[in-house]
Unconditional design. Structure first.
Length: 653
């Protein structure tokens, strides 16, 4: 050898594993990416089947439920995916074997469980120097190496990094290819004796006490016994590397206090590689050193702790190669705030750290709408002529949203979809709108009148009954109550429903559970609306073209004549909405059959003004989650602007 260091062992004609770094990296990436992607898809499906409600408290509850469910799914998927990490380690290994090389997948598959671990260790130690079946014993030892990663979780990956540094040292010492193969085994197995040290001691956050330290100091001797069976194949240097890697050049090490060249060459090489890895690696209990600082420490301890020849060979390895081998910890070590990050993260368990990051990624993507197609969208208008030709404040223009319809009746706009009911069924569009026949979903569900949403549940009615329905598929669900009419509204405070029709106004209590219902007001009414405080029910009276108002007990508290041509649909402006200083809170917007939009100013003696004119026959109206007023006409749905009618919308002036 160029350095004059003796050979580690006799030559052999082994079968080999060659490193497959690309496949190893792909496996590691899949371990991280697959749980995140699957959890994200599940979050999308969940939000697809159970869309977000409009009201604040139910919306918060919806997010908590989706977040919690996704986090649990992600946690379970991550635990399962982490079991594949040892396979990535095996794929990155270059190793020689005494006989036929075992299948990496078979070695991975044979990993012992925690229950089997001690039995495997005792069996391996009992094999000792028994001859024959050497490759099978090599396979057994490899399964123990993989188990060590789970047993000593604080130093996960330590043996693999030590192997990398030892391999660099082998090149710098000009070892033969056969000797470098044996050195790979020595470095990979150097801590195998820790399998006999209780995990509670290995993973203890603080310093070990005297008894615990004595147990720790036994792992080199135990490791030597575990790999004794390899002696005929790899020679005494392998056993020496495992047993001597904590010996010091001046004789102050353990377990035997050997000094100088009496320490096996494998032990002297692995000692340097092991110490450098510990100094430069991020641990929960310490900050990593820079590669330069660690090299200086090796040089300072040369001749006392380490063999000067081995240290000299290690210093011949370029700092760039060190950085590539160490990874991110070498780059962040010079920055105090970042260097302490692993210590802070280490206070939380390893799965929880990745779980928190992954869950946050899913939630952020979901909120931003990159993954969740039902997240709020900014509406855009279709090209086409406006149905209305004249406007008065607060309205200034209108745009068609859905066109090509035939007498639309009920309509509803939440944060992500637009629903239109007509004839015998219902159509769903995005807030971008569309044309009849191009709906995202169409369903002949018989729900052709009012639509309401409360506490995450969507309801529709067909003139004789109220049903729950799925807003995505539009399929009709369970029967809520056998009462119906020509208008439906939900009270966000109580969760109750109110239905108006030719027989009067019915109140449905507890619609999401075991519903009860009763007639509140007798009469003949069309559409229906509710005041922002939930105390007044507004209905168009078919008999006299008036808007009547009733409290929830059925007493009449409001009566305004609006239009001689029929006031069918209504929407009430939310609290806190103003237009150039004019308070619009609680004002009533009426979609009349004469093609006008009328405003009833409840702050000015219920004065009625026409704020849009020139349209065709109108039915229902609603205020969307985007703050826009939507009104249906004979063949379309129009959005009237500016969008200032919801509490989340901007105010003018």
């Amino acid at each position: 050898m160029a350095t004059g260091v003796a050979s580690i062992g006799a030559s052999a004609n082994p079968s080999r594993w060659s490193a497959r770094p690309a496949l190893s990296s792909l496996t590691r990436f899949a371990v991280f990416a697959v749980p995140v992607v699957v959890a994200a898809v599940i979050a999308i499906i969940a939000s697809h089947l159970y869309p977000p409600p409009f009201d604040l408290l139910p919306l918060v509850g919806w997010w908590v439920a989706v977040f919690g469910f996704t986090a649990i799914v992600l946690f379970l998927l991550e635990l399962a995916a982490r079991r594949v990490l040892p396979l990535a380690v095996l794929l990155n290994m270059t190793l020689q074997f005494p006989d036929r090389a075992p299948s990496r997948f078979e070695v991975y598959r044979r990993r012992p469980s925690a229950r089997q671990l001690r039995q495997e260790i005792e069996k391996a130690m009992a094999d000792g120097t028994v001859a024959g079946e050497r490759a099978q014993r090599a396979e057994t030892i490899l399964t123990l190496v993989l188990s060590l990663s789970a047993h000593d979780s604080r130093t996960r990956g330590h043996a693999e990094r030590v192997r990398i540094f030892a391999e660099m040292l082998g090149e710098s010492l000009a070892l033969t290819p056969e000797d470098k193969d044996r050195l790979r085994w020595a470095s990979l197995l150097h801590d195998i004796g820790k399998l006999m040290v209780p995990a509670a001691i290995l993973n203890k956050p603080g310093k070990p006490d005297a008894d615990e330290w004595a147990a720790l100091q036994q792992h080199p001797t135990t490791g030597g016994r575990l790999v004794q069976a390899f002696t005929p194949w790899l020679g005494t240097e392998l056993v020496g590397a495992v047993e001597d890697h904590h010996e010091k050049f001046d004789g102050s090490g353990y377990p035997h206090g050997s000094r100088g060249k009496k320490i096996s060459l494998g032990g002297r090489i692995v000692s340097v590689a092991d110490s450098f890895e510990v100094m430069t690696a991020a641990r929960p209990y310490k900050r990593p050193m820079t590669a330069s600082a660690a090299r200086e420490e090796l040089l300072r301890c040369s001749g006392s702790h380490f063999d000067p020849d081995v240290v000299r060979a290690f210093l011949n390895i370029s700092i760039a190669r060190m950085w590539l081998a160490i990874g991110l910890s070498a780059l962040i070590a010079p920055i105090p705030a970042l260097a302490r990050l692993p210590e802070r993260l280490g206070r939380w368990t390893r799965p929880a750290t990745t779980l928190t990051t992954s869950t946050a990624l899913v939630v952020v993507l979901g909120i931003s709408g990159l993954l969740n197609p039902y997240a709020p969208q900014k509406p855009v208008t279709l090209t086409g002529d406006s149905a209305y030709t004249k406007f008065a404040p607060p309205l200034v223009t209108s745009h068609p949203v859905v066109t090509g319809l035939s007498l639309p009746i009920g309509l509803f706009a939440d944060r992500s979809r637009f629903l239109v009911s007509m004839g015998t069924g219902m159509e769903r569009f995005s807030l971008n709108g569309g044309k009849h026949g191009h709906a995202a979903a169409t369903q002949t569900n018989g729900l052709q009148w009012g639509i309401a949403l409360v506490r995450g549940h969507y309801y529709g009615e067909n003139g004789s009954a109220v049903y729950e329905f799925n807003p995505t598929t539009l399929k009709r669900g369970r029967l809520v109550a056998p009462v119906g009419g020509q208008g439906l509204v939900a009270d966000p405070f109580t969760g109750d429903l109110f239905v108006s029709g030719p027989s009067g106004i019915d109140r449905i209590v507890n619609p999401e559970g075991h519903a009860t219902f009763k007639l509140v007001v007798s009469g003949s009414f069309d559409g229906i609306a509710l005041s922002p405080d939930g105390k007044t029910i507004y209905v168009p009276n078919r008999g006299d073209d008036h808007i009547d108002g009733y409290n929830v007990s059925g007493h009449k508290v409001f009566d305004v004549k609006v239009s001689p041509h029929g006031a069918d649909g209504m929407a009430v402006v939310a609290d806190g909405v103003s237009d150039h200083g004019r308070d619009l809170s609680g004002d009533i917007m009426v979609n009349a059959n004469d093609g006008t939009i009328d405003l009833i100013d409840v702050h000015d003696h219920n004065r009625v003004t026409v704020v849009a004119a020139g349209g065709s026959r109108g039915d229902f109206a609603t205020v969307g989650a985007d703050g826009c007023l939507y009104a249906d006409l004979s063949d379309r749905v129009e959005r009237l602007e500016p969008c200032i009618f919801a509490p989340t919308a901007r105010t003018l002036g």
